[in-house]
Design a protein around this ligand. Sequence first.
Ligand SMILES: Nc1ncnc2c1ncn2[C@@H]1O[C@H](COP(=O)(O)OP(=O)(O)OP(=O)(O)O)[C@@H](O)[C@H]1O
Ligand SMILES: [Mg+2]
Length: 307
Amino acid sequence: MAREIRLAKTGLDLPRNTSGNRKISWFNSTINDLSRVSSTGASPLFTRNMEHHSVYFITASELMKSRSNSLKLPTGSKALDAILHGGYREGSLTEISGPSGSGKTQLVHQACVNLLQFNLSTNAKFRALFIDTEGTFRPERLLQMAIANGMNVKNVLRDIIYARVYNFSHQIVVIEKARDIIKEQGVKLLVVDSIINHLRAEYGITGTQLVRRQQLLNVHLHQLLQLAGNFGMITIITNQVMVDLSGVAINKVKPVGGNIMAHGCAYRLMVGKNRGRSRVAELIHAPDLPQDRAIYYISEQGIRDSC
Ligand SMILES: Nc1ncnc2c1ncn2[C@@H]1O[C@H](COP(=O)(O)OP(=O)(O)OP(=O)(O)O)[C@@H](O)[C@H]1O
Ligand SMILES: [Mg+2]
């Protein structure tokens, strides 16, 4: 009874497939933690394991050395790689926001294929994990891109792991469960396409609903940040946009999620339609790169510099 009251308070539903005891007890404790998110935004979900964290200090030069060896995953377009100084980065979140049809899902499909291309050229054995909240993941498109890259497509789909997410509480559970898959399967690229779809559908944008939505988004982003940091993963999340009336936004739209998204994502790309098959990407924020813009194309072959 007490548990039901707590669940009702959180506004979250239990996931449908709750047959295993471990999942139920994990989910209950997660929901309890979520419902106790404090006014400062700190959640016990992410602080309860603190005693298991080792603390270590390194010099900036050691950090720079380790970062210089880090993988930068090419996007498919040299122009886009140039504004990212090489490609998508390990260990932090990259957001790709843009209107419907701007090419967000194409970019993350291409990132999966490019990771496997990297495997081929380096003998690495990395895998990609694609979390799909919108139902637009297409293995056929991956094959089309892989063939265009001249890859032997036999094993391409085997190295891309997929999970479909049906509501926001399910999304939280899937990401929590992903920890084991990431560890066991050597996942180097995590994609969430899109992060906001279910939150936007399940919560309003006024009053306590908006506060709750932002709290949950914050919790979810910290889940992802922790995974990206712990496993040194390239983590790309797509995001939708909303109309911006302030007059300063690109094409009169801005990413959904406000300051929570702005603080959680180290690299923020906004993409938009240009003429024909061309697209424009703007790097709107990065901790170490200037604002910049690139033109690229979505072709049958994938993300390219020309078409
Ligand atoms: N095989 C293909 N060849 C060429 N262009 C393609 C192909 N598949 C998709 N596209 C282009 O990509 C566009 C769809 O892009 P995408 O699905 O990535 O948009 P999105 O930004 O993810 O939109 P949403 O927000 O609705 O999910 C299509 O409108 C088309 O222009
Ligand atoms: Mg999409």
